[in-house]
Design a protein around this ligand. Sequence first.
Ligand SMILES: *Cc1c(COP(=O)(O)O)cnc(C)c1O
Length: 220
Amino acid sequence: MAVNQENYTTILKELQDTQTTLVAVSKTKSAEDIRILYDLGQRDFGENYVQEMVDKAALLPSDIRWHFIGHLQSNKVKYIAPFVYLVHGVDSEKLLLELDKQGEKNDRVIDCLLQVHIATEETKFGFSMEELKALAERIQSGAINPGNVRIRGLMGMASFTDDMERVKSEFENLAAIFREMKKLIPSFEILSMGMSADYRIAIDSGSTMVRIGSLLFGAR
Ligand SMILES: *Cc1c(COP(=O)(O)O)cnc(C)c1O
């Protein structure tokens, strides 16, 4: 069995003191593996691929909170809109508006996080600081008024590097942006940052939600 229950217990204990939410990232892992953590009480699970999340949701208990943490294409929003708990990676206005449209169709409000590009690498998705500010202003002024999505906060990924000082400064940068935006947007409560390799640094920097996969389910 690939599930590391010992790590699960340790991580939960660490998170308890800081009231950080654990999203167990189960991408590429089986429904049986998810079930093991579910039976230990875990309810928040993160998936990266639409079809995989839809398939697993059909097999598993309905009180699981499914987090979509991957890059979401607008044309696939409709498949997860009926049940997704939180969309972490909203990285364009187009996607935000599609989530709003599908939220309305499903008669619900879809919670989401705006993904911010904090890594110095070119490859990561997300809004730049300028784009984020521009979007926040457009929402505040009512220029766009998405009633069926609720922006709950920000999500970011640090650079893929061994340089932990750099990771720390990227997380601190995101946390500062988060605090700034929280003053403007009352529904801002979630700062999703930190993965297996860097979750402790993320928590020290102010994360409220970590996304951990390989420490719980083994390497992919
Ligand atoms: C896969 C993934 C994770 C989990 O990564 P681990 O290193 O396995 O903990 C977290 N966040 C995102 C966006 C991911 O794609």
